[in-house]
Design a protein around this ligand. Structure first.
Ligand SMILES: *[C@@H]1O[C@H](CO)[C@@H](O)[C@H](O)[C@H]1NC(C)=O
Ligand SMILES: *[C@@H]1O[C@H](CO)[C@@H](O)[C@H](O)[C@H]1NC(C)=O
Ligand SMILES: *[C@@H]1O[C@H](CO)[C@@H](O)[C@H](O)[C@H]1NC(C)=O
Ligand SMILES: *[C@@H]1O[C@H](CO)[C@@H](O)[C@H](O)[C@H]1NC(C)=O
Length: 376
């Protein structure tokens, strides 16, 4: 069922919904590459989206409106295959859907129709997904994505949303980005194995913390993981992160802990943690560190300690054996550079560090305000 509803925004013109022409909500660039629609008008001209049929990258924003009404307007019995020619004619590889309140059956249906397209990258942004999809819609019929990115998406189905979303996609996802999440406490028994997933980015979830990380990293569901990014994710100590990785059986070779308020010393319980043997690159940039943290891996190819508050050069015994060490942007290299009026040659670098960490800190604060209570 719900097959017609699947056509959702991109194909709404086909449903011949009443259209009142106002300022063009959609813009297609001259190269037919990028098409962006922003349906902010109270009575939007949905048919404007037709011009996006030829674009490779399509962005559709719904002006924050609720799409519940479409559930009653579309014919749930229609077979999506009758639109196959249209869907196959879509050139879209990268699609962004944002700023709307979407019933889960509509989203599931849209993904089912997009299963006939060549879509590779999907981004959902500022969406509120209401209700749950009827079980009949499930079954890996959606697109075969390489990259799925979510930012500020809330789900009525709380802890089961990842498992639900996963069932709407064909397997093979390589990159999963989840920022400003409302819930990362997954019901892991329902999540299937992400057998091809190499990159997991949980950055910009400042209320996550190491305990939250434990429930977000469903044990043994990410066997192919190579890169884990946890920028601005409320991590406190490298050793605490190590403990979470160990209990989840996650073995990344790249770990990004930059832009976290890290402490140098761990509590004794977690300091004995054994790091993944494959870990070769660790990013501790912009983490407010006054000294090199204890309990780092013994050997690394790359260690980034740039943009911290190290007041003296680290002693060799404080550092792992490391091939490529970054220390720029620390006060010991440019004394006084943190003072605002400083005009020395090196201050550009240092101030750039200070600015970038401030910028992330501020976007993080917004997310924190929004997310803090939900993680509690
Ligand atoms: C969409 O339009 C609204 C209202 O004009 C505006 O605030 C918003 O920034 C626009 N979004 C994009 C992505 O252009
Ligand atoms: C998050 O998305 C909701 C809509 O679901 C929107 O109202 C809110 O402004 C967004 N928050 C941020 C920080 O963008
Ligand atoms: C570490 O992270 C910072 C900020 O997130 C980034 O600018 C830098 O390139 C990263 N370093 C490495 C070695 O990837
Ligand atoms: C060290 O790592 C940085 C960031 O990844 C890279 O730009 C630089 O070329 C590396 N240096 C060496 C000597 O490998």
């Amino acid at each position: 069922m719900e097959s017609l509803s699947c056509l959702w925004l991109l194909l709404l013109p086909l449903l011949r919904l009443s259209a009142i022409t106002t300022a063009e909500p959609c813009e297609l660039d001259d190269e037919d590459v990028r098409c962006a629609c922003n349906f902010t008008d109270p009575q939007p001209d949905w048919s404007s989206a037709l011009q996006c049929v030829s674009a490779l990258q399509v962005e559709i924003r719904g002006g924050g409106r609720s799409l519940e009404e479409f559930l009653s307007r579309v014919d749930p019995e229609a077979d999506p295959r009758q639109y196959l020619d249209v869907i196959r004619a879509l050139r879209v590889r990268r699609l962004t859907l944002g700023a709307a309140r979407v019933p889960a059956p509509l989203l599931a249906g849209a993904l089912r129709v997009l299963g006939f397209s060549r879509l590779k990258e999907l981004t959902l942004e500022d969406l509120e997904v209401t209700g749950t999809a009827p079980p009949g819609l499930l079954g890996a019929t959606g697109p075969e994505l390489t990259t799925l990115s979510l930012r500020n998406v809330s789900w009525a189905s709380r802890g089961t949303w990842l498992a639900e979303l996963q069932q709407w996609l064909k397997p093979g996802l390589k990159v999963l980005n989840i920022a400003q999440a409302h819930s990362l406490a997954f019901s892991c028994d329902q999540v299937r194995i992400f057998s091809a997933l190499t990159t997991l980015d949980l950055s910009d979830n400042p209320a996550l913390g190491e305990r939250g990380l434990l429930s977000a990293l469903c044990p043994h569901k990410f066997p192919a993981l190579q890169s884990l990014a946890l920028r601005n994710a409320g991590m406190q100590t490298p050793a605490g992160v190590c403990a979470a990785l160990a209990s989840a059986g996650v073995q990344p070779s790249h770990l990004d802990l930059s832009h976290n308020p890290l402490r140098a010393t761990a509590n004794p319980a977690s300091s004995e943690c054994v790091w993944p043997a494959k870990l070769s690159s660790l990013n501790l940039s912009s983490a407010g560190l006054k000294q090199v943290p204890k309990g780092l891996p013994a050997k690394l190819r790359v260690l980034d300690l740039s943009c911290n508050q190290l007041n003296r050069a680290p002693l060799p015994e404080e550092l792992p054996t490391v091939g490529n060490l970054s220390l720029h942007g620390n006060p010991f290299l440019a004394p006084g550079a943190f003072e605002p009026q400083e005009d020395s040659e090196n201050s550009g670098v240092v101030l750039a560090c200070a600015h970038s960490s401030l910028a992330v800190g501020m976007s993080g604060t917004l997310a924190l305000l929004q997310g803090a209570r939900r993680f509690a």
